[in-house]
Design a protein around this ligand. Structure first.
Ligand SMILES: C[S@@+](CC[C@H](N)C(=O)[O-])C[C@H]1O[C@@H](n2cnc3c(N)ncnc32)[C@H](O)[C@@H]1O
Length: 271
């Protein structure tokens, strides 16, 4: 398997490949932590041909391939939303946490905990938040799975580890991802996961790497990382981001709010 991009020190590798087949080519037990957000099934281009069954199959296949490449005692931190089934005024939401739980425990993962990721308040005009009879998408799930074995569990970062809500509300999203990927997560979210579940030099994997947020943060925090991605456009964004070392999680971090009466995002003066 030839990387699409490998950084000069060899710590970061990007593969232009479907992730399940790609993970099956990696050595067993090489990864300390998987951090990823699988396709969300909320109507983005790369999801248009997908049925709910296809979606569950992809989840099951990726969790199984991910289990093999993870070390005993290693973790997977999966970020996902519930599944939106659109039908006009009869639209509804399929809860996903228990399905994830069932699928992952059948494979052998142990469900350690599910946290809430508190995102920014949604604006009415955001195309990927839901109007009509459904609430807008302002929070998602962060599920931590653990591969059994490997001795005693380490806790690296007590404060974050102890919180059930990981909030990025008000944290400015990386400019690289905002411009180029419709479903990128903030760098801060990856930073939280890496602080709690990894040490320097550990190996991190993002099967659904998108614009390379996981790898960019891993690089900055001295972790090795590997990602897979199928979209040529996102691969190029991720490569450029790694090459140019565009990391900006600790840019402007406070007080972005939505004024619900006007639906305008209110920025503090320094914006
Ligand atoms: C929710 S996005 C991830 C965004 C990423 N966390 C970021 O910050 O940019 C999911 C990504 O998975 C990619 N994808 C979908 N199916 C895939 C597959 N089978 N293998 C690899 N990548 C896939 C999509 O192109 C999309 O970029």
């Amino acid at each position: 398997m030839k990387p699409y991009y490998k950084d000069p020190g060899g710590e970061t590798e990007i593969y232009a490949q479907e992730c399940v087949s790609g993970m099956n080519e990696l050595p067993e037990g090489m990864i300390d932590l998987i951090v990823t957000s699988p396709p969300y099934a909320i109507g983005k281009d790369y999801e248009l041909d997908q049925s709910f069954g296809d979606y569950l199959k992809l989840l099951s296949d990726f969790l199984e391939a991910g289990y093999r490449v993870t070390k005993k005692g290693g973790y997977a931190v999966i970020i996902f939303a519930d599944y939106y089934m659109f039908a006009g005024q009869f639209s509804r939401v399929q809860p996903m946490t228990y399905l994830y739980h069932l699928i992952s425990e059948r494979i052998g993962w142990v469900h350690q905990c599910t946290r809430v990721w508190q995102k920014d308040y949604a604006t009415l005009s955001d195309p990927y938040t839901i109007s009509g009879n459904l609430p807008k998408l302002e929070a998602e799930w962060i599920m931590t799975l653990r591969k059994p074995g490997g001795g005693r569990e380490k806790v690296r970062e007590q404060v974050l580890h102890g919180r059930q809500i990981w909030s990025t509300a008000g944290i400015r999203q990386s400019t690289a991802t905002l411009k180029h990927h419709t479903a990128a997560y903030p760098e801060a979210l990856v930073k939280y996961a890496l602080e709690v579940y990894t040490d320097v030099n550990d190996g991190v994997l993002d099967p659904f790497g998108g614009s390379g947020t996981t790898c960019a943060v891993a690089k900055r925090m001295g972790r090795r990382s590997t990602m897979f991605e199928i979209s040529p456009e996102y691969l190029e964004v991720a490569k450029t981001r790694l090459e140019q070392q565009v990391f900006d999680w600790d840019g402007i971090t406070k007080d972005k709010q939505v004024d619900f009466t006007t639906d305008k995002t209110v920025m503090p003066e320094e914006f």
